[in-house]
Design a protein around this ligand. Structure first.
Ligand code: ADP
Ligand code: MG
Length: 295
């Protein structure tokens, strides 16, 4: 099929406390408004299911649920929880969705006001405490868990945008939510998309370089964004699950390239906890590449 007739569409809106945006090339006959509605519905659904900021989300319901009681959940959430537990195991616990209370204790996320500051105390191993029943779409907590999907849900949301675009038969698009990106095929002329890499400096927006992607996902986690000062030092919203304390000290950014944005998002958080590429604390994830920048 000739790509000459394709028109460039840009569609964007709000989700997850930030913005999503899509650039796609489509035939002029494409119903752009319908496409926009589908994209919006896809991310709105992810937010409604996975947001820790919404008391009526499915993840909040699971957090509130009684111990040892099965909770029915949407299939999308089972899939993301399953991926999160697998990455927790592969990263030797560097990625751990059980850090919700610790995130709040250090003044970040929806629990920031509700939890006493300066540490959240001991907690069980998430992957040993959360049982998933894939066939019956349900989960059970064997102990208290404070699950936080902020390190993976945005990436999953980007993948969902991608699924809508693929289902419409589009093969030249770039979808993103707040810097987590996925490309589904190059631009119509065959050239790759250019993604800027930010220099990891607090309070500044400087470009450190660019990467080019054709069909790939990219996510960045940085200890220089979303920081606050605690006792005279800057701490970030990324928690080292081994200690329950924030990644601190260096200003670092980790950009991961992976086949899906959900994987890229979670691995960027895990590698930021480890601090170097290739990681020292766990085997490098297969199919992923990372770029670690220090200020
Ligand atoms: P951003 O939201 O800026 O893209 P990340 O993808 O790195 O950043 O996600 C960071 C969020 O993930 C934190 O705000 C917190 O809610 C959660 N989180 C913090 N530490 C971890 C961790 N070690 N494993 C999993 N999730 C984490
Ligand atoms: Mg992440």
């Amino acid at each position: 099929m000739s790509t000459k007739s394709l028109v460039r569409l840009t569609l964007n809106g709000q989700t997850m406390g930030t913005r999503y945006s899509v650039i796609a090339y489509a035939e002029p006959s494409m119903d752009v408004q319908a496409l926009g509605r589908e994209l919006h519905a896809a991310v709105t659904d992810v937010d409604a299911v996975m947001s820790n900021w919404k008391a009526d989300s499915d993840i909040s319901r699971l957090n509130r649920a009684q111990i040892d009681q099965w909770v029915e959940l949407p299939e999308s959430l089972i899939h993301v929880l399953e991926t999160a537990l697998a990455i927790e195991a592969q990263s030797m616990g560097a990625f751990d969705i059980g850090v919700g209370a610790a995130v709040g204790a250090w003044g970040f996320g929806p629990l920031a006001e509700k939890i006493a500051s300066g540490g959240a105390g001991p907690r069980p191993v998430t992957r040993e405490t959360l049982e998933l029943d894939r066939t019956r779409h349900r989960a059970l907590k064997h102990g208290p868990l404070s699950l936080d999907l902020s390190g993976i849900a945005k990436g999953y949301g980007v993948d969902q945008l991608g699924d809508v675009l693929k289902a419409e038969g589009l093969s030249h698009w770039l979808a993103s939510i707040d810097g987590e990106v996925r490309a589904g095929g190059p631009k119509p002329d065959g050239t790759p998309w250019t993604i800027g890499l930010e220099r990891p400096v607090i309070g500044k927006r400087e470009l450190s370089g660019v990467i080019e992607i054709g069909e790939m996902a990219v996510a960045t986690s940085g200890s220089y964004r979303q920081c606050r000062e605690v006792g005279g030092r800057m701490v970030s919203h990324t928690i080292d699950p081994a200690t329950g304390t924030p990644v601190a000290g260096k200003q670092t950014s980790v950009t991961v390239l992976a086949p899906t944005c959900m994987e890229a998002d979670a691995w960027a958080t895990a590698i930021l906890v480890d601090g170097v590429w290739p990681p020292r604390g766990f085997p490098a994830p297969s199919g992923c590449e990372a770029i670690v920048l220090n200020a």
